[in-house]
Write a protein that binds this ligand. Structure first.
Ligand SMILES: Cc1cc2nc3c(=O)[nH]c(=O)nc-3n(C[C@H](O)[C@H](O)[C@H](O)COP(=O)(O)OP(=O)(O)OC[C@H]3O[C@@H](n4cnc5c(N)ncnc54)[C@H](O)[C@@H]3O)c2cc1C
Length: 111
């Protein structure tokens, strides 16, 4: 579990840095790379918080430990600013478009 957390952290940082680099360069790929960074970082945060609950054993859900707060905070990151399901739709649509597949139906709210 700790290995997964450590590797997820590296991956999330790398994707966030890449999205930031593209943003600074004014590259239109910023949007899809930001989606990918948000998706990976938020799902990894939930996975890490869930595993931490387990690592803490019987006290994992205790209000005397900060772990339950980390889990709630992480879950919110999966929902706000485009839920994980919406990120999945957008990233899959982009992947299909990048290989010339016909356009899929648009997601609610997509410009
Ligand atoms: C705890 C919490 C904190 C929040 N904080 C903020 C905040 O600070 N700022 C802010 O702007 N908003 C915030 N929100 C709102 C959040 O961004 C929306 O709740 C979220 O985007 C879902 O939109 P919706 O409520 O309109 O529901 P809907 O759009 O109806 O979606 C409901 C559920 O269906 C899923 N869904 C929708 N369309 C699809 C699809 N095509 N395929 C698969 N699944 C789909 C969504 O992932 C979601 O799980 C918060 C929400 C929660 C729960």
């Amino acid at each position: 579990m700790l290995t997964q957390m450590a590797v997820d952290l590296r991956a999330a940082r790398a994707l966030c840095r890449e999205a930031g680099r593209l943003k600074e360069a004014g590259d239109p790929a910023t949007i899809i790379e930001t989606c990918a960074a948000k998706y990976l970082a938020s799902t990894a945060a939930v996975r890490a918080a869930l595993d931490t609950v387990q690592i803490y054993g019987a006290t994992g859900c205790s209000t005397e430990q900060p772990v339950n707060r980390y889990l709630r905070d992480a879950k919110i990151m999966e929902i706000i600013e485009g839920s994980s399901q919406i990120q999945e739709v957008l990233i899959a649509q982009h992947a299909l478009a990048s290989v010339g597949a016909p356009a899929a139906s648009r997601v609610k709210g997509e410009a």
